[in-house]
Ligand binder design. Structure first.
Ligand code: HEC
Ligand code: HEC
Length: 288
């Protein structure tokens, strides 16, 4: 027999014992009520002052742009990058932490959505508008964070300023030769890397593409974070690249012939010249 059970018969025997038992019960009940009230109060205060905690299990609410991006993502990206962008084995890498910068770069240069696995995703006609790319970017950004691009207009302003100042432009050229020319060539024309990979030409890149490429380091390209190349350095490099592109587009010395360099140009002149000579000889021979 435990002491609890032994008390009850005692309460019935002793006069006034029933009342004592009842008041004890009342005390216990009121203690329980006070405890529940205190817990409710503490819980209420806690959830009021720490609003995130109570909803820890729900998905965080997406912004309007990100919600639109999510819809596109579920149509075009989910098969390779997974339900929560965590990646799919042998299909596509995780996009957690790549940031909206990487997404906008990949989508605006037409690299993504990838059609099939290849050594390197190539620049293609983009499948989505810039707004859709920004929406996709917002979704990935809100899901996993990461680097973001500066506002397009302010970047264009910075690049314009750098272009106008010959000293900044020269500084950009120096930074380009040190950091980029080993892969993209002095002329921004690009070049081959090992195992079927290549550094593409920069002649079709917008200011934002170039900024994003530096910030996110697509595939075999190293990342040039803002500690390595400050936003001002990046603007100077972009100004230099666009300046070279402009001069290249002007093609001094006649046709560019695919910009394969002086050897091809010489070869073309040689072949065309020989053909012309042969025709001339035949024509003269036919005349006499
Ligand atoms: C057929 C599969 C496939 C589809 C569909 C696809 N991707 Fe990819 N994605 C890949 C692969 C593979 C890579 C890595 C390629 C590389 O590094 O060249 C990649 C890389 C990326 C990267 C770069 C990640 C990094 O670390 O910088 C981003 C961003 C990205 N994809 C976004 C998207 C978005 C957004 C979509 C939908 C519009 C999409 N992808 C659709 C396969 C795919
Ligand atoms: C180690 C070689 C390497 C270096 C150094 C390098 N890149 Fe790249 N870059 C690449 C490769 C490889 C790609 C293609 C990535 C892909 O297709 O996913 C690329 C892509 C790019 C693109 C995208 C072009 C397009 O087709 O859309 C830009 C812009 C770019 N690089 C700019 C730069 C700048 C600016 C620097 C210097 C600050 C630089 N890169 C340094 C290898 C390099």
């Amino acid at each position: 027999m435990t002491s609890e059970q032994s008390k009850r018969p005692l309460a019935r025997l002793v006069p006034g014992g029933a009342r004592a038992a009842r008041s004890k019960l009342r005390r216990r009940l009121s203690a329980a009520v006070r405890l529940v009230a205190a817990l409710t109060l503490v819980g209420g205060l806690y959830s009021a002052y720490a609003p995130g905690v109570g909803r820890a299990e729900e998905q965080p609410a997406l912004s309007e742009s990100a919600a639109r991006g999510k819809a596109i993502y579920e149509q075009s990206c989910i098969t390779c990058h997974g339900r929560n962008a965590q990646g799919v084995q042998d299909r596509g890498p995780s996009l957690i932490g790549v940031g909206s910068a990487a997404v906008e770069f990949q989508v605006n240069t037409g690299r993504m959505p990838l059609a099939r696995q290849e050594a390197q995703a190539e620049r293609k006609q983009p499948q989505f508008t810039e707004q859709e790319a920004a929406d996709l970017g917002a979704y990935i950004q809100e899901l996993g964070g990461g680097p973001q691009l500066p506002d397009a207009r302010s970047l264009d302003e910075d690049v314009k300023k750098a272009t106008a100042d010959s000293k900044t432009l020269a500084h950009g050229g120096e930074l380009y030769r040190v950091n980029c020319s080993s892969c993209h060539a002095f002329s921004t024309g690009g070049g081959a890397l090992s195992s079927g990979k290549f550094a593409p030409t920069l002649q079709h890149s917008t200011n934002r593409d170039i900024y994003a490429a530096m910030l996110t380091g697509p595939q075999n390209m190293p990342v040039f974070g803002n500690n390595q190349l400050s936003p001002d350095d990046k603007a100077a490099i972009i100004a230099y690249i666009q300046d070279v592109n402009k001069n290249e587009a002007a093609t001094p010395g006649g046709w560019g012939i695919g910009r394969y360099g002086p050897v091809t140009e010489g070869l073309v002149i040689f072949l065309v010249g020989i053909a012309a000579l042969v025709f001339a000889t035949l024509w003269i021979a036919g005349k006499s």
